[in-house]
Ligand binder design. Structure first.
Ligand SMILES: Nc1ncnc2c1ncn2[C@@H]1O[C@H](COP(=O)(O)OP(=O)(O)OP(=O)(O)O)[C@@H](O)[C@H]1O
Length: 253
C-alpha cells in the first residue's frame, strides 16, 4: 500500500502542500482530483522520490520515500511506474526502443527476451505491436502515444502505476479507451493505479476511490458514490463546474 502522512511541500515562499494524508489501496483505481495548480503532480513526484518533502512521510510498502537511500529509491522506481503529462517518450527513439529502455537500464535480459516483453507489453496497452513498434512517436496519434508511454511505465511489471492526466487533450472516444486500458491493467493485471485528472466523466466511470485536493489538503476521500454525495461546498462546486460558487468559497465570501 502507498500511505502519505502529513506531507508538506513548500517551493520558495509558496506552500503548495500543507498536510496531505492519503491511503492508496492495493489493486484499486484511486483518482486524485483538483483544480489546476493545486499540487496534484507534486504529490505523485513525491511518491517516486523526484521531489523531497519539506515534511512528512510517503510510504511505498515498507519504504519511506522521504528518507530513502539510493538503493531504496531504486527499489521504489522498480515498484512504481509513472507517466507524465508531457514529454513521456524520447522523440529520437522509435516505440520499441522507448519501451525497451527501462529493461536495458534495469535488467540483464537478452535481445530475444527484451523483444518478447516489449511486444507483450504493447499488446497489453492495446497497441498492435507489429504495426507500431518501429514507428517514431510523431507518427502516432495522441492516444497511441499515451498508450506507448504507459507501456514504457509498466515494462518492469510495477505493482503501482501513476498516471498524470492520461486523458488530457484527447477526444471523448479516445479518453474512454485510455480509461478502459487503465481498468484492464488494474483488474486483469492486478496493478494499483493512481490517476490525476480533471476529467469527472472518466473518474466516475472507473474510479474505486476519489480524493480531492484543495488548498494543500485532501478535503474529500471516498468511493465514487460517497464523493458524488459529498456535502463539502468545494467538492459540490467542482462537480457542478460552478466557477462562481467555487471562487466565492475560495475567497471566503
Ligand atoms: N519545481 C517547482 N518549483 C517551484 N514551484 C513549483 C515546482 N513544481 C510545482 N510548482 C508549483 O506548485 C504548484 C502546484 O503545481 P502542480 O503541477 O503540482 O499542480 P497540479 O495540481 O498538478 O496542476 P495541473 O493540473 O495544472 O497540472 C504550482 O503553483 C506550481 O507552479
Amino acid at each position: 500500500m502507498i500511505k502519505i502522512r502529513h506531507l508538506k511541500k513548500v517551493f520558495g515562499s509558496k506552500v503548495v502542500l500543507r498536510d496531505v494524508n492519503l491511503d492508496i489501496k492495493d489493486e484499486k483505481i484511486t483518482y486524485i482530483l483538483g483544480m489546476s495548480g493545486q499540487g496534484k503532480s507534486t504529490i505523485i513526484k513525491h511518491i517516486v522520490g523526484l521531489l523531497k518533502p519539506t515534511a512528512g512521510e510517503i510510504w511505498v510498502d515498507e519504504i519511506n520515500v522521504a528518507d530513502a537511500d539510493i538503493q531504496q529509491l531504486y527499489e521504489v522506481r522498480k515498484r512504481v511506474g509513472f507517466t507524465f503529462q508531457e514529454g513521456a517518450l524520447f522523440d529520437s527513439m522509435n516505440i520499441f526502443d522507448n519501451v525497451a529502455f527501462p529493461l536495458k537500464e534495469h535488467t540483464n535480459m537478452n535481445k530475444d527476451e527484451i523483444k518478447k516483453r516489449v511486444f507483450e507489453t504493447l499488446e497489453m496497452v492495446g497497441l498492435d505491436a507489429d504495426r507500431v513498434a518501429y514507428l517514431y512517436p510523431h507518427e502516432l496519434s495522441g492516444g497511441m502515444r499515451k498508450r506507448a508511454a504507459t507501456a514504457r511505465a509498466i515494462i518492469l511489471k510495477p505493482k503501482y502505476i501513476l498516471y498524470d492526466e492520461p486523458t488530457s487533450g484527447l477526444d471523448p472516444i479516445i479518453s474512454d479507451k485510455i480509461t478502459r486500458m487503465i481498468e484492464s491493467l488494474t483488474r486483469e493485471h492486478k496493478m494499483t493505479s493512481v490517476v490525476i485528472s480533471h476529467d469527472l466523466k472518466e473518474t466516475f466511470k472507473s474510479a474505486d476511490y476519489v480524493a480531492m485536493l484543495y488548498n494543500g489538503e485532501i478535503i474529500e476521500y471516498g468511493t465514487v458514490e460517497e464523493f458524488k454525495n459529498s456535502q463539502n461546498p468545494i467538492v459540490r462546486a467542482f462537480i457542478e463546474g460552478n466557477s462562481e460558487k467555487y471562487e466565492k468559497i475560495a475567497d471566503g465570501v
